[in-house]
Design a binder for this molecule. Structure first.
Ligand code: SF4
Length: 318
């Protein structure tokens, strides 16, 4: 039995009669962009987080897939919790149901941010590595997409991973058109190993092969996103942009296909205990320029919910 986490109850023996639906324990709404971060208590007292984000016409839910995470990315707040357990199928669905209930009783939120009171998009970018909870994820996806389920279009669901390549291929076999985001953060192996231990298990050349396959399989939009969290003095310099470019070129894609790769640059948001800090804006623009000049589609995405610690790598039960 794992040691209880700070702020969590001692795990109890399962009493089937005591099983209760997850409940929202606390809510914080960002005055900056309307993102609502929820701490959700599960039947056994463990806590997870989810974030609801109003974006133009979309209402996007950032879901958790595990309590904690085993992957140990150095910059990640969730990693400090280590892995406690996988979420169940019911707990995946409950996050959407709780979001709907919250929006029903907070209609002013949807009106204020001009979005529907229904989850239209899902991103698996909350606590946990979704491809480490693969069986539940692949049972949940049909429920999410089915008209009698949550009726969310496949193109509106994005599974984000730090690069669990074996399950990326399996996911592609099941859902070739499902959007996938790979968190790369470095195009050079030794730096990536320092930031992300998964690089020891699934290395950059294996990720490059997957990218090549995914892009070549779809003539129009391969629905593939490469994410790079930029941290000051760690991976935000010109040489890091060139290393990332070299990595992407190592996929061997012809130029017309190479241009189909989308890159999200995400400036890191500092949080209390973090040793990493946000990059200066000039370096972000220079990084973007280097990639864009090579023909790549690059966006700078400032994480949603910055004032409530609901941004990437910041979910850790604050
Ligand atoms: S960044 Fe994602 S995969 Fe890495 S430790 Fe955090 S939650 Fe896990």
């Amino acid at each position: 039995m794992p040691a209880p986490l700070k702020g969590q109850r001692q795990e109890q023996k399962l009493d089937p009669t005591s099983l209760s639906f997850p409940r929202i324990q606390t809510t914080q709404v960002s005055s900056y962009d309307g993102s609502a971060k929820f701490v959700v208590e599960l039947w056994d007292g463990h806590l997870i987080e989810m974030v609801l984000m109003p974006e133009k016409t979309r209402t996007t839910l950032c879901l958790s897939s595990q309590v904690g995470c085993a992957r140990g990315c150095r910059f990640c707040n969730t990693a400090r919790l280590k892995l406690v357990r996988n979420l169940t199928l019911a707990e995946f669905s409950a996050q959407i149901e709780l979001s709907h209930k919250w929006m029903e009783s907070n209609r002013v939120w949807a009106e204020r941010w001009r979005v529907t009171s229904k989850v239209t998009n899902l991103v698996f970018m909350g606590m946990g590595e979704p491809l480490d909870n693969f069986d539940v994820l692949t049972k949940f996806l049909p429920v999410a997409m089915d008209q009698k389920g949550f009726c969310i279009a496949q193109k509106n669901i994005c599974v984000s991973t730090v690069g669990r390549v074996d399950h990326l291929y399996k996911l592609h076999e099941l859902y070739p058109r499902l959007p996938v985001a790979i968190s790369l953060h470095a195009g050079q192996s030794s730096l990536r190993k320092k930031l992300m231990p998964i690089e020891h298990e699934y290395s950059l050349p294996e990720i490059a092969e997957f990218i090549q396959m995914k892009v070549l399989n779809h003539r129009r939009d391969p629905r593939l996103l490469i994410q790079v969290l930029l941290m000051q003095g760690v991976n935000n310099l010109e040489k890091h942009a060139n290393e990332l470019l070299d990595f992407l070129k190592s996929t061997g894609l012809p130029q017309d296909r190479f241009k189909k790769i989308k890159i999200n640059l995400i400036p890191f948001n500092s949080f209390g205990e973090s040793n990493f800090v946000e990059p200066d804006s000039e370096s972000v623009l220079a990084f973007r320029h280097t990639l864009a000049q090579a023909g790549l589609r690059v966006m700078v995405r400032y994480s949603k919910g910055q004032d409530i610690a609901g941004a990437c790598g910041q979910l850790a039960l604050k």
